[in-house]
Ligand binder design. Structure first.
Ligand SMILES: Cc1ncc(C[n+]2csc(CCOP(=O)(O)OP(=O)(O)O)c2C)c(N)n1
Length: 331
């Protein structure tokens, strides 16, 4: 069964809902990582294992007709927004049942049915697309909020500033969510910006509401994102929210990369000790909001869903040769 926007299985309880969303994304990506080595998924794939609380805590505030854009690391954003698992996995396998009909792969997820306007791996490229969608929504007097997800490196592009300036000028209902995982491929922030200037301070220059917080604390993400989405929906203009978090795997691909030596020794371990899934599970169990048996049941349910979707993706057919030039803007 494909997921709905909010995990109804988890019920009205916020903590359980956040946990279900994070756990589901984690299990899906772990399974993709396992099967990736079979070399049947042939698209470059960027995992967000370790960063899932951001997508979960933001999306919980969104309605089905709110819109989202993302970049190369987009599985979590797509799934949390109500993206359908079977078409997502089929897309990774290049199949015609994929959400981009097998022509995009992991970095080009798109699904209008859940308001996922698209993911594009050109750094910064989807920021103006999201701002344009917010401009259109405002002109049509629709109550839509657009969330634009990107990494810390995207704040170093010119189009980020042009877009934020335009959004601020026109008071557009856009929430820019920056997942600051400290690296752009192998380059740490220290070689990319002055040490005394934080990433979020760039947005302050545009005089928009600017927030920053812990992206591994699901409740903190929930609270900050709630403020941001309400602000944008109430017509107060754009918001920039930075969430500090950390990618566990290599920049692109299913493996670890500690042997490359670009991250200081112990850094990965210290972030793993702050695993968003573990932190939330421990807290909910300690507060007796959930029992380990509930977590195990959620896990089993998601595992079954994932296996069914994987089988669907593998059994689907590749697009027909005749479809090669279909849906293209240029021939
Ligand atoms: C315009 C452009 N320049 C360079 C690249 C190569 N590239 C792909 S991902 C990436 C780093 C992106 O870092 P960030 O935006 O912080 O996201 P993260 O990968 O950390 O999630 C780069 C430089 C690109 N895709 N587009």
């Amino acid at each position: 069964m494909d997921a709905v926007l909010r995990n109804t299985e988890a019920g009205a309880n916020l903590g359980r809902e956040l946990l279900a969303s994070i756990l589901r994304i984690r299990l899906i990506e772990e399974r993709i990582a396992e099967l990736y080595t079979e070399q049947e998924m042939r698209c470059p794939t960027h995992f967000s294992i370790g960063q899932e609380a951001v997508a979960a805590g933001v999306s919980i505030h969104l309605r089905i007709d709110d819109l989202v854009t993302s970049a190369h690391r987009s599985h979590a954003h797509y799934l949390a927004k109500g993206g359908r698992l079977k078409p997502m996995l089929a897309e990774l396998y290049g199949k015609e049942t994929g959400c981009a009909r097998g022509k995009g792969g992991s970095m080009h997820l798109i699904d209008r049915s859940c308001g996922f306007l698209g993911a594009v791996p050109i750094v910064g490229a989807t920021i103006p697309i999201g701002v344009g969608a917010a401009f259109a929504a405002k002109m049509r007097r629709e109550p839509t909020v657009v969330v634009v997800y990107f990494g810390d490196a995207a704040t170093e592009t010119g189009v980020f500033h042009e877009s934020l300036n335009f959004a601020a000028l026109h008071k557009l209902p856009v929430v820019m969510v920056c997942e600051n995982n400290l690296y752009s491929v192998l380059s740490p922030l220290s070689v990319r910006k002055p040490a005394e200037r934080e990433v979020f301070e760039l947005a302050k220059g545009h005089k928009v509401l600017t927030l920053s917080g812990d992206g591994n604390d699901a409740f903190e993400v929930y609270n900050l994102a709630g403020r941001a989405v309400d602000h944008a929906r109430d017509g107060n203009g754009p918001v920039f929210v930075e969430f500090k978090t950390y990618r566990w795997l290599e920049h692109c691909g299913p493996l670890g990369d500690e042997h490359l030596g670009y991250r200081p020794p112990g850094e990965l371990g210290s972030w793993k000790a702050r695993d968003p899934l573990r932190l939330l599970t421990d807290r909910l169990i300690a507060e007796r909001q959930i029992a380990q048996a509930d977590v195990d049941a959620l896990r089993a349910g998601f595992a079954a869903e994932i296996e069914e979707a994987m089988a669907f993706a593998k059994q689907s057919t590749f697009p027909d040769r005749a479809q090669l030039n279909a849906d293209l803007f240029a021939s």
